[in-house]
Design a protein around this ligand. Structure first.
Ligand SMILES: [Zn+2]
Length: 305
């Protein structure tokens, strides 16, 4: 009896996930709000992905069921809480009565077990969508829900959001999500400090820029440390990781003799041309690369040179 089944809006949710797959292929894993603001196509109309003002979002008239389609936490809000549990991420209710419509959408997502999107702010006006996310537990007493993460599985034309029942597997997926978010927030802190340019070649194209760690980041949780980062384009990041390019404590770029001696066309000049050039660093002293970390890292570069 179809009418007795709770309405889960499965095709709307699938369209939403598929559109995000496409946008991420186009723009990279983090999406600027300007891109998300375009919404996604569903049955001939445009549907917004999220509601930035209220966090908890249900897609109005196109949705028949009562459960949220997405939740979000902007970068400035402290709504994304990495703390507290090995089973998921806590997400707070909207202010106001616990049964106002925002909170009821969130709580219905728990009752129905439907997949949704969690848009996590990684820098102002940028979001990393994590999906499928599920409202694993509802804690009205503390006005929060526990969000867990599943996986999209299946061949490309029959991909389906899957909820993970096995606890060990679920924790594994959660760890991966947390690492992705941490890395995304690190990137979201480092790139703007360099005005979205490569510190070596000044390339300004966020899709080709990474935040490189100077020394291994032991503290994977907590506040990303900009001074342990360098904004580098993909080529210079890879070269830095392989000690083909080094940066000394005086912010000087040095190219490995292994490369300098080679003579193999214009791509290599992209690396060799910056030998002994100054690294472009942030204006604010506190955001500049930590000289001690650079010196430590530079030792390794010299050892391998
Ligand atoms: Zn570069």
């Amino acid at each position: 009896m179809r009418e007795n089944r709770p309405v889960r809006d499965e095709s709307l949710r699938s369209s939403c996930f598929a559109s995000l797959d496409v946008l991420q292929a186009q723009y990279g894993p983090e999406l600027p709000y300007a891109v998300l603001a375009g919404g996604f196509q569903f049955r001939g109309g445009k549907v917004p992905f999220l509601n930035r003002a209220y966090g908890i979002y249900r897609a109005g008239a196109v949705q028949r069921g009562p459960a949220a389609l997405s939740i979000n936490s902007a970068f400035a809000q402290k709504r994304y809480q990495d703390e507290g549990t090995a089973d998921g991420v806590l997400y707070r209710y909207q202010d106001g009565p616990i049964d106002n419509h925002f909170n009821s959408w969130l709580r219905q997502a728990h009752l129905l077990g439907v997949p949704l999107v969690y848009f996590i702010g990684t820098r102002p006006n940028w979001y990393r969508p994590e999906y499928p996310a599920f409202v694993e537990a509802d804690h009205p007493a503390t006005r929060s829900v526990l969000i867990s993460f599943g996986e999209i599985r299946g061949a490309y034309d029959e991909r389906e959001p899957v909820r993970i029942r096995d606890e060990i597997e679920r924790r594994y997926v959660l760890r991966q999500v947390k690492q992705r978010i941490h890395q995304a927030q690190f990137r979201g802190a480092v790139l703007p400090a360099y005005r979205d340019r490569c510190g070596i070649c000044s390339l300004k194209e966020t899709r080709l820029l990474d935040a490189a760690h100077i020394t291994a980041d032991i503290e994977e949780r907590g506040v990303p440390l900009v001074s342990n980062g360098l904004s580098l384009c993909s080529i210079h990041h890879r070269a830095f990781d392989h000690d083909l390019v080094g940066v000394d404590a005086d912010y000087r770029v040095l190219v490995s003799p292994r490369l300098l001696e080679e003579d193999d066309g214009p791509m290599l000049d992209l690396l060799k041309g910056f030998h002994t050039q100054p690294l472009h660093v942030p204006r604010a002293a506190a955001l500049r690369p930590d000289r001690e970390r650079l010196a430590e890292r530079f030792e390794r570069f010299l050892d391998r040179a």
